[in-house]
Design a binder for this molecule. Structure first.
Ligand code: SF4
Ligand code: SF4
Length: 364
């Protein structure tokens, strides 16, 4: 985006106007959840968090790929670290995510495990070629944003005859998680700020059920202050009229039908499966697993890994935070036993995690 255009989406006078309008139209508390971790950070970074009317309760949702990775999935990749002839490949954020017994990948490296931080799944192709006597296992976490790239990497590996690359597949799909949140009567959400990047892949239609089945609103939203304010304002207006809609306010990036090519590659390689989410538990059909035609890439099959419920980290409230039931500073460990330098739970590790954002921008 050009600098001039960017400035338009940050216009302070226009922001103030919308904020005043929102303030005057709110007659009761409304609870809005932003699904995507990048929105969480954008809301804090731009200063919007402290400017929003008091009647808006701002919740962070299950939109950080690292945070939603289930305890048992973390323990599974930690169990793999140190296996003979295994090189784990991962995005950097997973290095400090805590598993059971105080384990994490950084400590595993100190104990001799071979772990390589990569910036793109495509980097694993080179790694596999350079280490023909080893298995390179890529830890695949994240949503519809990352899954197509991993599918493309697997296709390239097959084309190039690379047979020592495996994928530990923990991918999850966003709309199914929102459905699970809305169907839980203990969770109270009036509307969603929908993720920009995930929506660029899946489009808008997969979210229509939010208005149709639950009479709640949701808006696909960009990451600039005016993007966010306009979406919140729109949802307040609809609610005042007794309406509920799903809309796309990020048309400069997100098309109605998403990115059909990326979806095609993703579903050529993966198929839906049940998945465990941190805090949300088992959600039917919310994960992606490797199709039988591609099972030679499947690290779960190769190592007989079973993902099942395992105990949550003692004292950590990440699960409640990802459901919008608690705010980070309602966790007794927040800012005391748990800080970005010494994270107890994943929400304090990832830059997209709500505890980390809360800590960085609220305590400073
Ligand atoms: S992958 Fe993109 S859409 Fe998903 S949480 Fe991260 S920034 Fe948001
Ligand atoms: S403050 Fe730490 S322990 Fe508490 S919920 Fe957040 S990450 Fe978990």
């Amino acid at each position: 985006m050009s600098f001039e255009l960017l400035e338009k989406f940050r216009d302070p006078a226009l922001c103030r106007k919308i904020l005043d309008k929102m303030e005057s139209e709110l007659d009761r508390e409304l609870r809005f959840m932003e699904v995507c971790g990048t929105h969480t950070v954008a809301i804090f970074q731009s200063g919007l968090r402290s400017l929003l009317p008091e009647k808006i309760v701002h919740l962070s949702g299950p939109g950080c790929p690292v945070c939603v990775t289930h305890e048992s999935e973390v323990n599974a990749f930690l169990d793999l670290a140190g296996h003979e002839n295994v090189i784990l490949a991962t995005f950097g954020d997973l290095m400090r995510v805590p598993g059971d017994k105080g384990r994490n990948l950084k400590k595993a490296v100190a104990d001799g495990a071979r772990v390589k931080v990569v910036y793109s799944p495509f980097d694993t192709l080179k790694l596999a070629k350079e280490n023909p006597g080893d298995l390179v296992v890529f830890i695949g976490v994240g949503f519809e944003t990352t899954a197509p790239t991993i599918a493309a990497t697997m296709k390239m590996a097959r084309e190039q005859g690379i047979d020592n690359l495996r994928i530990l597949c923990f991918h999850k799909t966003v709309p199914t998680a929102l459905d699970a949140l809305l169907s839980d009567e203990a969770i109270n959400i009036d509307g969603f700020i929908l993720p920009g990047h995930v929506s660029a892949i899946i489009g808008v239609e997969p979210y229509e059920f939010i208005a149709e089945n639950y009479a709640k609103s949701a808006v696909v939203t960009g990451f600039e202050p005016l993007d966010i304010l306009q979406s919140l304002n729109q949802m307040i207006e609809w609610r005042n009229k007794g309406e509920a809609h799903v809309a796309n306010n990020y048309t400069r990036i997100v098309g109605e039908h998403g990115n059909p090519k990326a979806l095609e590659i993703m579903y050529e390689v993966f198929e839906p499966c049940d998945a465990l989410w941190r805090g949300l538990g088992l959600i039917p059909g919310s994960g992606l697993e490797i199709r039988p035609e591609w099972e030679s890439f499947d690290a779960k099959k190769q190592f007989g890994i079973e993902i099942k419920e395992s105990p949550a980290l003692p004292g950590c409230k990440c699960g409640d935070i990802l459901k919008g039931v608690k705010q980070p500073d309602q966790c007794p460990l927040f800012g005391k036993a748990c800080t970005p330098a010494n994270p107890v739970g994943p929400c304090m590790v990832s830059t997209e995690g709500s505890c980390a954002a809360y800590y960085k921008y609220k305590l400073d």
